[in-house]
Design a protein around this ligand. Sequence first.
Ligand code: RIB
Length: 293
Amino acid sequence: MITVVGSINMDLVVQTDDFPQQGETILGQSFTTVPGGKGANQAVAAARLGGNVQMIASVGKDSFGKELRDNLQANSVNCDGVLENNAVASGIANILLSGGDNRIIVVPGANYELTPSYIEEMKKIIQKSQLVIIQQEIPIPTIMYTLKLCAKLGIPVLLNPAPAGGFQKEFLAYTTFLTPNETECEHIFGVNMEAALERYPNQLIVTLGSEGARFFDGEKHVIVEGFKTNVVDTTGAGDTFNGALAYAIVEGFDLKEAVKFANAAGSLSVEKFGAQGGMPTRAEVEQRLRGES
Ligand code: RIB
């Protein structure tokens, strides 16, 4: 079982020909609300592949909260650990989409009500997990607490340090896999990517967008190439990679094969609209791996 400790947001997506300049008003093409949040996205990605997934998170007791929880359940994610908060609204992400590129502002809302004491209450779920996934859209003390709890219980953790602000160097001691993108890697380590990778063999995996991903295996740099794809919307591609990587690791793939599987899943996810819209099934990933799609 995979447990995701993370955020759930409603994505408020505006599609536009151009991004507005500072102080400028422009007309957009469409407005859509779709389920998102890095935690929920990673949970759905792993579940759609066939993983047994539990979510520990917090939503508001409002219409978005209900819709977001229903969406997780419809995607076979167990929501017993999803708290409903009376006092704070559900998290949202304001997303501007233009030409396959995006700009996102997250208002965490109820996601920031996920406290260390609630994680302690959820210990019974965590201790049954084969792997825990965390991202950084929840309070930093809660991340730290979860990491230490997992270390105490001997549960491996995949930490996706996104957004990278707030990352604590101390996290590394409790993290089995850390999966920043190139920008996040530079922000966290302040050295060039190769030097960072060499410091954390088989632990640090850097995602490179359409180029794939890479890690250092202790002897050499392993570059796992990406797949050719038709980009419609890149929102959630990193989340699909992380959910798929977690799934493949739990399925027993070695690290290189797991990264390749995750690259294929990520490449499929960008072909449809919405963070979760293009997340593939395992059969679809295998088809891409065979070069049939
Ligand atoms: O990674 C994409 C996600 O980031 C979006 O779904 C949005 O909710 C933000 O959390």
